[in-house]
Write a protein that binds this ligand. Structure first.
Ligand code: ADP
Ligand code: MG
Ligand code: MG
Length: 252
């Protein structure tokens, strides 16, 4: 089992504190969802874990099986088994989707133990078929001219090919039609298991109709303020966030 521990994390952007002591522990074999109002720091959390230079960690820690993630370079975080959809540049001209994936897989392997081309192609083909993706997507330049739905599907393809220990998926459901939403969910559900843990950041309960999370957390004003099971997401969908603010005495 692997564990990702976020402890008392404080993060500032341009000197303004956005995360104000966030605590969260993820284990493999668990799916967690974070919900919360706009502007509460959900994407900041994802960006800080991925090591985006604009996000300054002012105190607190993030560890993966005891290793200090915050000390790692961005590519070292990926090699350690973290998958952050946004770590990949939105468009890379001249690099095909397949080339990109193969080099990303190999960068996590020892030298001399690179994946064979045949094995890579077999896996890529079967996973693209599973995600109902056009085979020509493999030879297209990464994200160039991909529609919103194709980008999201492609992120799930990356996830399934790279087999990380932990994935943090920020609004993977935004802008998806219902068919794409089902396919994306199918991919995440297939990843579920012993060696994989996932943090899904979402505004809407909708995605959680297809992926039942083990734990649901509410984030407000830069902290996790409430945690529960899947029923918490249903309650938020029905009642919004005001009851939590009242319960906790949080002012807007
Ligand atoms: P959420 O994802 O929960 O909607 P964000 O993490 O995107 O919230 O934003 C939290 C706060 O940080 C907001 O007030 C937002 O304006 C601010 N913020 C986020 N990213 C940046 C940035 N790159 N530069 C300046 N302010 C930012
Ligand atoms: Mg603190
Ligand atoms: Mg966001």
């Amino acid at each position: 089992m692997s564990t990702l521990v976020i402890q008392d994390l404080h993060v500032a952007i341009d000197g303004k504190e956005i995360l104000k002591g966030l605590n969260l522990t993820l284990n493999t074999n668990e799916i967690h969802a974070i919900m919360g109002p706009n502007g509460t720091g959900k994407s900041t959390l994802a960006s800080a874990i991925m090591g985006h230079p604009k996000y300054e960690v002012t105190s607190g820690s993030v560890t993966l099986d005891g290793e200090d993630v915050l000390e790692m370079e961005v590519d070292e975080r990926a090699q350690a088994g973290l998958f952050l959809a946004m770590q990949y540049p939105s468009e890379i001209t001249g690099v095909t989707n397949a080339d990109f994936l193969r080099s990303a897989i190999n960068s996590r392997r020892e030298e001399g133990d690179e994946i064979s081309i045949m094995k890579f192609i077999r896996e890529l083909d079967s996973k693209m078929e599973y995600l109902e993706m056009d085979q020509d997507m493999a030879q297209r330049y990464l994200n160039e001219g991909f529609s919103g739905g194709e980008k999201k599907r492609n992120e799930i393809l990356q996830l399934m090919m790279l087999q990380p220990k932990f994935a943090i998926l920020d609004e993977i459901d935004s802008g998806l039609d219902i068919d794409a939403l089902k396919v994306v969910s199918k991919g995440i559900n297939q990843m579920r298991g012993e060696g994989f843990g996932c943090l899904i950041i979402t505004h809407y309960q909708r995605l959680l109709n297809y992926i039942t999370p083990d734990h649901v957390h509410v984030m407000m004003q830069g902290r996790v303020v409430k945690s529960g099971g899947p029923e918490l997401a249903h309650k938020l969908e029905a009642q919004g966030y005001d009851w939590i603010k009242e319960e906790l005495g949080i002012e807007d």
